[in-house]
Design a binder for this molecule. Sequence first.
Ligand code: HEM
Length: 123
Amino acid sequence: MGNSRIEDIFFSVTERELQWQIGRDPKSYNNPKKLEPERFLSSDIDYKGKDFEVIPFGAGRRGCPGIQFAVAVKEIALANLVHKFDWALPGGARGDDLDMTESTGATIHRKYPLKAVAILYSC
Ligand code: HEM
């Protein structure tokens, strides 16, 4: 993985497009368009704004000030959702039925919001 030079691309795109382009930069990623989150398992990329390949919390002086808190509580929040509920798609839909079209913004998000049905888990 190489280093993206943020100044090379910053002025040619709007801020909304910037993260999208960084995340798909073939200079930084092999097979950049493939969803492959495990690529980060053995990566030493700093996601807190020092390296620009992944900037989920932004970077620089306007970077997210909640980063320490978010990193500390994200596992507890996710663990609670998985522990307390079974999850399903509405109407018996399956993963393959989902429209994964993307929309742009400060972060890339789904064009069509994911509707998930939470079923309280009882043993
Ligand atoms: C997983 C959780 C979070 C993510 C992914 C996230 C992501 C971001 C991003 C991308 C920005 C824009 C940074 C930029 O423009 O360079 C931002 C800004 C900000 N975040 Fe977060 N954030 C998270 C949680 C939090 C939490 C928990 C707090 C507060 C307790 C917080 C407070 C803020 C504030 C106040 C700003 C505006 C900073 C400014 O404009 O100077 N964030 N965040």
